[in-house]
Design a protein around this ligand. Structure first.
Ligand SMILES: NC(=O)c1ccc[n+]([C@@H]2O[C@H](COP(=O)([O-])OP(=O)(O)OC[C@H]3O[C@@H](n4cnc5c(N)ncnc54)[C@H](O)[C@@H]3O)[C@@H](O)[C@H]2O)c1
Length: 443
């Protein structure tokens, strides 16, 4: 067992990553760049084929980053990244990291089907001496109570024959100040020794590893981080509605409060929550809390307020049109941004989908522009089949209102305001626009 720690320290170990999405792809690249031979697996064959050509499908992981590390064949001891379609390659791995989705079911309960399917795949190839780490965000207890029994089905025992740990991913796509390597990594094992082995692997890849006493503590810490964001965003969303009624600008108030050098962290309002994490993860804990006969009122309240935001924004659009003698019915609305976050190509759980639904329900004609999302794909809940239109003087002027839902930095907001009849801005993207401020309504 001590050998495995040495293998990680010396980077002679082989590391496998299951799930090459927004989390797994930058992670496997970082591991290969640290000098490990690594193998990446994904159920999507098209992703594996694309990676074999060193072509990235994630905008902030450029292909130029993959070119020097992608290998055509597996070679233990040679640093690099081998995309594999053959799960038998799992046996070659000393460490296996699981980065698969953890969404909610239709009833807003944890959907662990991807984690379970992946654990079953790993179990089928498990050999003594391996380290398995779950990275997917989930409720405290998952690694020990869900993953462990599946891995032990073949007779090997966690903590004795193989190592098992949890280490949450803290990826913040497009954050220029932090990368996978420089974001401190929490690590908790299902036994103290499992934690040590996992810390040895991450210590060879990540600048700072933070060991905690158990996998469950690491699972809970990740949820605390995301719940903290959800609750604070809900707070400013609620205050936005109140201050607006008082004729006060929430953005100016937040900037003012943020000058306090201690005890205040700014959070910003918006048209609702989006992305894979903040709208989903808190409800993993809510569900788990029910098993302990507790309710999580902060989480529920924050969810309620944040979920109400798209309706509030649409109401602001309707009011602003009304002021100008128009109704939402039949109005042409140009939605700016469908990505859930600035400068990303990720539209998962984006509040823009809800905005389109609510606007269409009121019989508005909706078009959209997003420089990073050329078309809307059909999803579990929505099937809009819209294409991003060109943002030019004509398309902007033709809209009765331009609704800013995402504040992409490569959009010229001076231009938009100059040509628009009306701009409803839910992100304060127009904060630096000087001319035509009378056309702007903050929402
Ligand atoms: N995206 C983020 O910014 C972020 C940040 C922190 C944590 N997380 C967490 O990380 C986890 C992964 O999120 P993501 O954004 O990378 O998801 P993603 O959907 O981008 O990627 C997941 C990948 O796993 C693959 N996959 C599914 N089942 C598989 C299986 N059985 N075997 C192999 N591959 C499989 C999918 O094809 C997909 O490519 C989630 O738990 C999420 O909550 C995400």
């Amino acid at each position: 067992m001590a050998d495995l720690i040495e293998l990680f320290h010396s980077r002679r170990a082989v590391v496998g990553v299951l799930g090459l999405g927004y989390v797994g792809l930058p992670l496997v690249a970082t591991i290969a760049e640290a000098g490990f031979a690594s193998v990446g697996f994904d159920t999507r064959q098209d992703k594996i084929e694309s990676l074999r050509r060193a072509e990235s499908y994630i905008r902030h992981v450029p292909s130029s980053r993959l070119v020097p590390i992608v290998r055509d064949s597996f070679a233990a001891g040679t640093p690099g990244f081998f995309p594999s379609a053959d799960y038998a390659d799992l046996r070659r791995c000393d460490g296996i990291l699981i980065c698969v989705p953890t969404p909610l079911t239709e009833n807003r309960e944890p959907d662990l089907s991807y984690v379970i399917a992946t654990a079953e795949t790993v179990a089928a190839h498990l050999r003594a001496g391996q380290l398995i780490v779950l990275e997917s965000t989930t409720y405290p207890g998952t690694t020990d109570e869900v993953v462990r029994p599946i891995l032990e089905r073949g007779g090997l025992i966690a903590g004795r024959d193989f190592h098992l740990a949890f280490s949450p991913e803290r990826e913040d796509p497009n954050n220029v100040s932090f990368t996978t390597r420089t974001i401190p990594k929490l690590v908790g094992g299902i036994t103290p020794h499992c934690g040590k082995v996992a810390a040895a692997l991450y210590g060879a890849v990540i600048d700072q590893v933070v060991p905690v006493s158990s996998a469950a503590v690491a699972e809970a810490a990740k949820l605390l981080e995301n719940i903290y964001r959800s609750v604070n965003i809900a707070l400013v969303n609620e205050l936005k509605m109140l201050f607006d009624r008082m004729g006060l600008n929430i953005w100016e108030i937040i900037d003012a409060a943020a000058t306090k050098p201690f005890g205040f962290t700014p959070f910003y309002p918006g048209p609702g929550l989006g992305g894979h994490c903040i709208p989903i993860d808190p409800f993993y804990l809510t569900w788990r809390a029910r098993q302990f006969e507790m309710s999580t009122r902060f989480i529920e309240l924050a969810g309620e307020i944040n979920l109400a935001m798209p309706a509030y924004v649409v109401e602001r659009v309707a009011d602003a049109l009304n002021e100008r003698g128009k109704s939402l019915k039949g109005a042409k609305i140009l939605l700016l941004g469908v990505a859930y976050k600035r400068d990303l190509d990720d539209d998962r759980e984006s509040p823009s989908f809800k905005l389109i639904e609510l606007l269409q329900r009121k019989h508005a004609q909706v078009s959209y522009h997003d420089p990073f999302v050329p078309t809307l794909h059909s999803g579990r809940r929505y099937d809009y089949r819209l294409r991003s239109i060109t943002l030019d003087a004509q398309s902007v002027a033709a809209a009765d209102a331009v609704l800013i839902a995402t504040d992409h930095t490569n959009v010229d907001y001076d231009f938009v305001v100059r040509h628009a009849q009306l701009v409803v801005d839910s992100r304060n993207a127009t904060r630096n626009v000087r001319l035509g401020r009378g056309k702007i309504v903050l929402a």
